[in-house]
Design a protein around this ligand. Structure first.
Ligand code: BG6
Length: 480
């Protein structure tokens, strides 16, 4: 019989992330019977709330995939009974000591394992970690603290902040990102092509069709490069580009990822284009610009869009541009990895293509979200007596192929945290190497007060992004 218990304390329980992601993910894990037999969930935040009020709040925001199923009310009630609340300051040893007392009551003499999920702004991470570990760490089991990026603003602050913490990047928990290694290492047809010999460019594209509405206070301090590129997109890049790890063990994978980062050139000003969205009126609706947001300081130069060209100087990838593009308030929401292959040498069908042979190269697209998919663009003969070619897709659309809903990234991350699986967590040497690539550029952008290129809310992207790609002899694949 299992004599241990896991207590999960969501610090910052009344915040957006907790409501939208953490509690729903915990409920989904409970629904799927993935939580241990004995577990307790505590919400911790400054506002005064009773257990019943917390349950009410959680209940209203269980908007996860499970929520769509029928017959989950009973499970939801059982889950809510395991949720409690403690009100306290984030920097109070005493308040955390009170929490410790309550946790002990629930643990009822069992081996106590504790997770603290810090769903609070980064500037109070350190205090909260100190207080939680001094006043409320487990006396006879393990204690794990989870923090989400941004871990600092540059190399120095990151090093100070992240010592001894578990850092997550929720993009690593996404289904299609998990699948990247499966695709590469368990199919004979991809790995032999996975190098500069056959791949002309790799593009990592993140776009959102909404601005920073209401999150300006946080966002303005960081900007899109720190918010998305230096972590989410860079993590995908390292998984994409790493050598075959010795095994699937977390350390082996992270060893390979860090090698990729250390083979990369730190970014220079000429490798990037930055942008900021401005207000736009469409169909009589006014979409506010970034600086129209009350939480954003007037005249802010913080980029809400960035495009960058990165290079990995190793035998596999030398000379292949890895283009990244990330932006808010663009025309659609998507995250994609696009792999553009080289031309077919001596192509027999050259004259059957239009004037631009680039239009005939193969492209492999891994669509991380929404409408998860993997497709490969190939050239094909249009049926008929003539010899006309066109481009078609070999298409694996997840919704058509799999009936099971795709778990939210946070479910996987929380489960891994409970089970002590480190594969999806960022090791501190990885983080150091990631910051080393971006810190000089970020400092230069700020010191020189580089003015972003303004783009209308809802547009495709600032024009500079096209010039950047053109300088490297490629086109963005998502604009076809
Ligand atoms: C977060 C960023 O890490 O990721 C947000 O801080 C962004 O700015 C979000 O909106 C996107 O995550 P997802 O999972 O919705 O694509």
């Amino acid at each position: 019989k299992d004599n241990s218990t896991v207590s999960i304390t969501v610090v910052g329980a009344s915040g957006d992330l907790a409501k939208k992601k953490i509690f729903p993910a915990l409920f989904a894990l409970y629904y799927e019977d993935c939580l241990p037999e004995h577990f307790t969930i505590f919400g911790y935040a400054r506002s005064k709330m009773t257990d019943a009020e917390l349950r009410n709040m959680v209940c209203r925001t269980l908007t996860c995939r499970i929520d769509k199923r029928e017959n989950c009310t009973e499970k939801m009630e059982l889950f809510l009974k395991r949720c409690f609340y403690h009100s306290g300051q984030y920097d109070s040893l005493d308040n955390f000591a009170e929490l410790d007392k309550k946790l002990k009551e629930h643990e009822d003499g069992r081996v106590s394992n504790r997770i603290f999920y810090l769903s609070i702004p980064p500037n109070i991470f350190i205090d909260a970690v100190k207080c939680a570990s001094l006043s409320a760490s487990s006396a006879n089991g393990w204690t794990r603290v989870i923090v989400e990026k941004p871990f600092g603003r540059d190399s120095e602050s990151s090093a100070a902040l992240t010592k001894d913490l578990k850092q997550i990047d929720h993009y690593l928990g996404k289904e299609l990102v998990e699948n990247l290694s499966v695709l590469r290492f368990s199919n004979l047809i991809f790995e032999p092509l996975w190098s500069r010999q056959y791949i002309r460019s790799v593009q990592l594209i993140f776009s959102e069709d909404f601005g920073t509405e209401g999150r300006g206070g946080y966002f303005d301090h960081y900007g899109i490069i720190r918010d998305i590129m230096q972590n989410h997109l860079l993590q995908i890049l390292t998984l994409f580009a790493m050598e075959t790890p010795v095994s699937l063990d977390a350390e082996d994978i992270r060893n390979e990822k860090v090698k990729v980062l250390r083979s990369m050139r730190p970014l220079k000003l000429e490798d990037v284009v930055i942008g900021q969205y401005k207000s736009e009126t469409r169909g009589g609706v006014v979409y506010p610009g970034y600086t129209d947001d009350k939480t954003v300081p007037q005249g802010s130069l913080t980029p809400t869009f960035a495009a960058a060209a990165l290079f990995i100087d190793n035998a596999r990838w030398e000379g292949v541009p890895f283009l990244m593009k990330a932006g808010k308030a663009l025309h659609d929401k998507r995250t994609e990895i696009r792999v553009q292959f080289r031309h077919v040498p001596g192509n027999l069908y050259k004259r059957n293509f239009g004037p631009d042979l680039d239009d005939a190269t193969n492209e492999l697209v891994i669509r991380v979200q929404p409408d998860e998919a993997i497709y490969l663009t190939i050239n094909n003969k249009v049926p008929g007596l003539g010899m006309k070619l066109d481009r078609s897709n070999l298409n694996l659309l997840y919704a058509a192929r799999y009936s099971k809903e795709i778990p939210d990234a946070y479910e996987r991350l929380l489960l891994d945290a409970i089970e002590g699986e480190r594969r999806l967590f960022i090791r501190s040497d990885e983080l150091d190497a990631a910051w080393a690539l971006f810190t000089p550029l970020l400092k230069e952008l700020e010191e020189k007060k580089i003015i972003p290129e303004y783009y209308p809310y809802g547009s495709r992207s600032p024009i500079g992004a096209h010039y950047l790609a053109a300088r490297h002899n490629v086109k963005w694949g998502d604009l076809d």
